[in-house]
Design a binder for this molecule. Structure first.
Ligand SMILES: Cc1ncc(COP(=O)(O)O)c(C=O)c1O
Length: 411
């Protein structure tokens, strides 16, 4: 296939893997230089760790925020704060980054996978309810791609059972659900500052809460459970050093100031793209639920394989002709198909904590996950970031239109 002459072919889409798609400037450089000049790179002694936490808490409208060194660490801190007993169950999603799942195992709890809505790949109150048991200690909801889960129904369910909700907000900074930011609706919000996220420090993360006790445990878990400032400090329980450095904190502090503008640009460009491709038969854009707003970590389509040859895979192949890199089927397979879960590869040959699990909690039969397989089959993940301009969107929309025409199933 050759690209159509209709399309401007010298356009290169900004990438969030390098400077073209990121928003670093003199502000970040000055803050990092200040830290280096100070010679203090550790957040227990420097000022930026605290400044970042105060600013992030203020921006999210919560009482506490604690920075840590990855989104995986943020989820681990959240799970540790809930303090499950070995063999307790934590409900999570079948489709997410592995960094959101192994922390559950490291805290001795059993991840129990809920199916997802095939239209969004997000868990729902219905899919969660099906896997709640009397061993459920917490629910982790993951707002994928900048699109909030339907939190009203999920919170009603969780509250009716007295189960705390952790919101994995790694991909959904400033997305709103009924006027509240996701990450601030449940007991704990966990965020990632990894390279491709809405704001970034390369690696990094942060947790937020309004709960005093949970906040204390999260702070301690990040800090080897050492009671800094206490009259008789000690290492109170098993935990890790999950602190970020002052260099990262300085970078994050400056990135946070750019978050609103970046999100706004993503939303504006996503709205334009949606308009431009709305009439293309066989593809549909992901939509937020009523009362929600999306912040477009990525731009996702559902591709109908009765209209487009080989569905999302076929469309991705055709898009490559225009140098547009997309990800058909996102993570490709559900988490429970990964060997860490399918073979229970954990600590030595113990299979701990899965050796404590109810058989039903670790039954990963395909028929229990119809939404997962359908959603993964249909999805095409398109790139977008805060550096996209109208010109980029026009190019992307034209490429999608041409690619869909090339791959169209003959009627
Ligand atoms: C939804 C989700 N949760 C958790 C993580 C883990 O974050 P990190 O890569 O910063 O450890 C990621 C990936 O980055 C993610 O997308």
């Amino acid at each position: 296939m050759t690209p159509s002459t209709q399309i401007e072919t010298n356009i290169k889409l900004p990438s969030d893997q390098d400077a073209s798609g990121r928003s670093f400037g003199p502000e970040e450089l000055a803050a990092i230089k200040e830290v280096l000049d100070s010679g203090t790179l550790i957040t227990t002694k420097g000022k930026y760790g605290r400044l970042l936490e105060e600013a992030f808490a203020a921006r999210m409208g919560v009482k506490y925020a604690y920075a840590c060194n990855s989104g995986s660490a943020a989820v681990h801190v959240a799970v540790a704060a809930i303090n499950p007993n070995p063999g307790d169950e934590i409900i999570t999603t079948s489709i997410t980054d592995m960094g959101a799942l192994t922390p559950i195992v490291f805290q001795g709890a059993i991840p129990v996978f809920a199916d997802v809505d095939p239209r969004t790949l997000n868990v729902t109150a219905e899919t969660i309810e099906k896997v709640i048991s009397d061993k459920t200690k917490a629910i982790i909801v993951t707002h994928l791609f900048g699109n909030p889960c339907e939190m009203k129904a999920i919170m009603e369910l969780a509250d009716s059972k007295g189960i705390p909700v952790i919101e994995d907000t790694a991909q959904s900074f400033l997305a709103e659900c009924d006027g509240k930011y996701v990450g601030t609706i449940g007991k704990i919000g966990a965020f990632s500052f990894q390279q491709g996220k809405h704001m970034t420090t390369g690696e990094g993360g942060i947790v937020v809460t309004n709960d005093d006790e949970i906040a204390r445990r999260m702070y301690l878990f990040i800090n080897k459970a050492w009671g800094y400032g206490d009259p008789n400090p000690d290492h109170y329980f098993a935990s890790l050093n999950y602190r970020m450095t002052e260099l990262q904190a300085a970078l994050a502090y400056e990135q946070l100031k750019k978050l609103d503008a970046g999100v706004e640009q993503r939303q504006k460009m996503a709205a334009l793209l949606k308009k431009r491709i709305a009439d293309i038969d066989g593809i549909e854009s992901y939509e937020p639920a009523d009362g929600s707003t999306m912040t477009y970590w990525k731009y996702c389509l559902r591709v109908d394989d009765t209209k487009i040859q080989d569905g999302s895979v076929g469309l991705a192949k055709a898009l490559k002709t225009y140098d547009v890199a997309s990800a058909p089927r996102y993570v490709v397979k559900p988490a429970f198909k990964c060997r860490v879960f399918s073979e229970q590869n954990t600590f030595g040959d113990s299979h701990y904590p899965f050796n404590l699990a109810r058989p039903e909690a670790v039954d990963y039969s395909d028929e229990k996950f119809p939404g997962t397989f359908k959603g993964l089959h249909d999805i095409l993940v398109l790139p977008i970031n805060e550096r996209y301009s109208e010109e980029h969107i026009e190019f992307l929309a034209a490429s999608i239109r041409e690619a869909a025409a090339q791959a169209r199933v003959a009627q």
